[in-house]
Design a protein around this ligand. Structure first.
Ligand code: HEC
Length: 162
């Protein structure tokens, strides 16, 4: 007597699971398909002049670099870089991500910090991030780097610059 009961319960559960699975897959597709009411289109036009130049993220005041390089901070930044960034970035050649030796000539220090601290939003919603995404199929992962560490990486990147 117990077995049929279980079976009848199992079938609707399976059906529900399937329906959910299909529903989720459908949502995923809908997400990818371009549609006029997508958030990104709206966000892009709403970016402030500051965000366009310095990126979207927790650093919302321009980081003005002092003239001299802080060697101790740069050394800390190098450690963080070797642990968390070298898997994807080289200095002079394109790798999984762009070459970074001259990144501070291309981007402001604030922009660099924001992409380290908030990569997904930068890549999806910032026009420069979107351009990079065309070239690099991967979205740079969020790695829980602290603001201090990101600042130290900037200092390290200053030392490798030509
Ligand atoms: C899993 C690979 C991966 C890791 C790890 C990674 N990145 Fe990236 N990074 C990318 C990709 C890919 C891009 C290009 C944008 C995109 O498509 O996401 C990028 C873009 C960047 C940019 C912007 C470059 C430009 O020209 O504007 C900077 C700066 C950067 N990464 C720094 C870092 C730092 C610093 C770390 C370590 C904390 C790091 N990345 C870790 C893949 C990675």
């Amino acid at each position: 007597m117990k077995l049929p009961t279980r079976r009848t319960r199992l079938v609707p559960a399976l059906a529900l699971g399937l329906a959910l699975g299909i529903g989720l897959a459908a949502c995923g597709d809908a997400d990818r398909a371009p549609s006029p009411d997508r958030d990104t289109a709206a966000d892009e036009t709403e970016l402030s002049a500051f965000e366009l130049e310095h990126g979207i993220g927790p650093i919302n005041e321009e980081l003005v670099l002092p003239e001299g390089i802080d060697a101790e901070m740069a050394a800390r930044g190098q450690d963080v870089f070797e642990l968390n960034c070298e898997a994807c970035h080289m200095m002079d050649d394109r790798f999984v991500g762009p070459a970074l030796r001259d990144v501070l000539d291309r981007r402001s220090a604030t922009f660099v910090m924001n992409i380290i601290l908030n990569p997904e939003e930068m890549v999806r919603n910032h026009p420069e991030g979107q351009k990079m995404l065309q070239e690099y199929p991967l979205i740079m992962p969020y790695q829980n780097i602290s603001e201090d560490e990101a600042r130290a990486i900037v200092e390290y990147l200053r030392t490798v610059r030509n």
